[in-house]
Design a binder for this molecule. Structure first.
Ligand SMILES: Cc1cc2nc3c(=O)[nH]c(=O)nc-3n(C[C@H](O)[C@H](O)[C@H](O)COP(=O)(O)OP(=O)(O)OC[C@H]3O[C@@H](n4cnc5c(N)ncnc54)[C@H](O)[C@@H]3O)c2cc1C
Length: 390
């Protein structure tokens, strides 16, 4: 007799969404999280502004989380522009006059985590084991065994790893991953500005830096600056008003004078892609499966999708009294999630390389490629569709 049907490691957005998506399935789920329950209930601000696709909003609605986010904390993303240095050619992402008045929404990561946790709290069949990490796992066709830091051992039919892009569970399962440490860091800070942004997000590659402005209302944006890690650490230590002036300068005053609101938060950049998303008795979801480069803002969206895909297969198997950890089910999950992620993962990495490579040949290739993309309508439309992902 096993303790649980499923053990989920990690109560980040992916782990929470997975547990929540199994409401009413009759399955017994343990959700193990290193952080204390009061931090999960009220997560600290981490500076990440998540660009949610329409599909993600629909999923959060289904999970009962969307309605818990205050409407004045949901910001419309109406259009996006990608600039290359001083070139007047920009790649543009618009809604193309379709039924949607926006590409998506921007919501702070801590509010999404808070709303998912509130939706899941007290859910029948879910046992939250907070303030304790998972130390060691073993899984095979007979089931999974998990050793906790507090000395307890738990058993289950299926183990689900949702423990971030540097997943220790993935490693212990013997699943290798493509890991690219980019030697750069991202600084995020909230700033107010003189000129309105009109709901337009801009990504500007140039002068050895990448700077993005994500609209949080007409006169407020989240600035996302990417540079060598040592430079980012130096800038992050500036007093708030000096930091705001630095960003204003680096953005060439396109939004006028800027004032510091909150931050900064620094994230070293690394992308990861697991070689497999499942092994006997276990599956990977969220960043543990695919750790995207944040530039195309898909990490959370794909993480949510992985949780929904796996939960759908597991629920279906449980309803039909079939195994919830059969090799066929796990293979199906892996195939579906690979199809959903591999083109986006490779495309994003290619885009980052195209925009940031600094050799003279790379400059010429960049101008040619971006000039073509900006002029060719169908390519722009294809990228927009990718971003909208209905
Ligand atoms: C600056 C920045 C901006 C971003 N912007 C976007 C965006 O616009 N759109 C988008 O879609 N995505 C975005 N992302 C990506 C998004 O934030 C991640 O994809 C998402 O948070 C991953 O969720 P997760 O649940 O898989 O992992 P995490 O959020 O990393 O959660 C993992 C959880 O597991 C717990 N844990 C780890 N190890 C253990 C253990 N051994 N035992 C118990 N618990 C453990 C951790 O405490 C944590 O709570 C951005 C990321 C960054 C850095």
């Amino acid at each position: 007799m096993r303790d649980f049907d499923i053990i989920v490691v990690g109560a980040g957005p992916a782990g929470l969404a997975f547990a929540r998506a199994l409401e009413g399935s009759g399955l017994n789920i343990a959700l193990v999280e290193r952080q204390p329950a009061d931090v999960l209930a009220l997560p600290p601000v981490d500076g990440r502004e998540i660009a949610l696709t329409h599909r993600s909003v629909a999923t959060l609605e289904r999970l009962g989380a969307w309605g818990r986010i205050a409407p004045d904390q949901i910001f419309a993303l109406r259009a996006a522009r990608v600039y290359n240095g001083q070139s007047p050619l920009a790649l543009g992402f618009d809604t193309d006059g379709g039924p949607e008045d926006r590409l998506g929404c921007l919501v702070s990561n801590h509010l999404i985590r808070q709303s998912l946790f509130a939706a899941m709290e007290g859910q029948d069949g879910v046992t939250l084991l907070a303030s304790t990490g998972v130390e060691h796992v073993h899984a095979d066709r007979a089931g999974a065994r998990v050793m906790l830091a507090d000395g307890r051992t738990l058993t289950a039919r299926l183990l689900v790893a949702a423990d971030s892009r540097f997943s220790a569970v993935r490693e212990q399962l013997g699943i290798s991953a493509e890991i690219n440490r980019l030697g750069k860091s991202m600084l995020v800070a909230r700033l107010s500005h003189e000129r309105p942004n009109h709901g337009l997000a801009t990504e500007w590659f140039g002068h050895g830096q990448t700077i993005a402005m994500l609209p949080l209302g007409e006169h407020q944006s989240s600035a996302v600056l990417t540079l060598e890690s040592a430079t980012i650490d130096r800038i992050a230590a500036y007093p708030p008003e000096v930091l705001a002036a630095e960003i204003e300068d680096r953005f060439e005053r396109r939004l006028g004078t800027m004032r510091f609101v909150s931050g900064p938060h620094v994230y070293p950049l690394a992308t990861t892609y697991a070689r497999h998303f499942a092994s006997d008795g276990a599956a990977l979801i969220g960043d543990a499966a695919v750790g995207m480069h944040p530039v195309t803002a898909h990490g959370f969206n794909l993480g949510l999708q992985s949780a929904a895909t796996l939960a759908g297969l597991v629920r279906d198997a449980a309803q039909k009294h079939r195994s919830i950890a059969s090799p066929l089910l796990l293979r199906r999950y892996e195939a579906r999630h690979r199809l959903a992620t591999r083109p986006l993962y490779s495309g994003t990495n290619l885009l980052v390389h195209l925009y940031t490579a600094e050799s003279p040949r790379a400059h010429v290739a960049r101008r040619a490629a971006l000039g073509a993309a900006a002029r060719i309508g169908p390519l722009n439309t294809a990228i927009t569709r990718l971003l909208l992902r209905h």
